[in-house]
Design a binder for this molecule. Sequence first.
Ligand SMILES: C[S@@+](CC[C@H](N)C(=O)[O-])C[C@H]1O[C@@H](n2cnc3c(N)ncnc32)[C@H](O)[C@@H]1O
Length: 275
Amino acid sequence: MQELEIAQLRALTDLLKSKYNYNFTDYAMSSFRRRIQRIIELYKFSSFDALLQKLNLGNQEFFHEFLSEITVNVTEMFRDPTFWIEIREKILPDLLNLNKTISIWHAGCSSGEEVLSMAILLREMGIEGRVRIVATDIDMAILKKAKEPVYSVKNMELNTKNYERAKGPHTLDRYYEEKSGKAYLDKSLLKDVIFREHNLVEGQVFSKFDLILCRNVMIYFNQSLQNQVLKVFHESLFKNSYLAVGSKESLIWCEIANKFLVVNNEEKIYKKIKD
Ligand SMILES: C[S@@+](CC[C@H](N)C(=O)[O-])C[C@H]1O[C@@H](n2cnc3c(N)ncnc32)[C@H](O)[C@@H]1O
């Protein structure tokens, strides 16, 4: 298939904005283009225009399938295991030293593996009751999966390895039951987690947090959108609280870099030091 032209992508983002009120204008062009091309192949559209026509019909069901395809949902439990060691040994103790209760926001939580990792960590540290978790994503379908976590046994192999590398004190299988080739995660881990739809593009501050995790989400945004979203995170954090981004991301170039201190450069953990 011929590479889609910028004008075509613009026609698509204009349509998504006017018809569905979703703004993808500032998603990183190359990965956005690849996702669109993938959707055309997956749904066997005869051409780009055929996809445009389908979207123009305003069918919400198709749009939500489209939305799920356009966003990349790849995730793991205890992804980047050393990150979780830092969260367990330094970040949470520091926050709980200063505060009786704390709030954590998982922005772009996908199918919930990151949230479950946090919930397991909190249970193992015996601090579940002191932490409020809010988990958000743009994609309603993936949030539904996050609320009812059932993963493939194959994925659990990787999750288990990560848990071991993150120095988990038990074995991960205490948190799930295997039935018919699927792993059913212990839902009680999520009993106090609030899942909600939230689009980072809209720039809405809805609460204040002590720790925000937004890992492997902003890599799909262009620099201007990353700056905009980072401002939202800055506003959503209490002073002396933390922001964590993905291992291939960084804050050092961004417009509000001087308002953060690099706490751990390897694990991409930053502390808000200025309002
Ligand atoms: C690659 S996953 C990252 C999951 C997890 N944070 C991790 O690091 O494993 C990216 C997630 O970001 C979500 N996402 C993409 N654009 C978003 C937006 N504008 N607002 C909120 N979430 C978004 C996607 O739906 C997807 O679930």
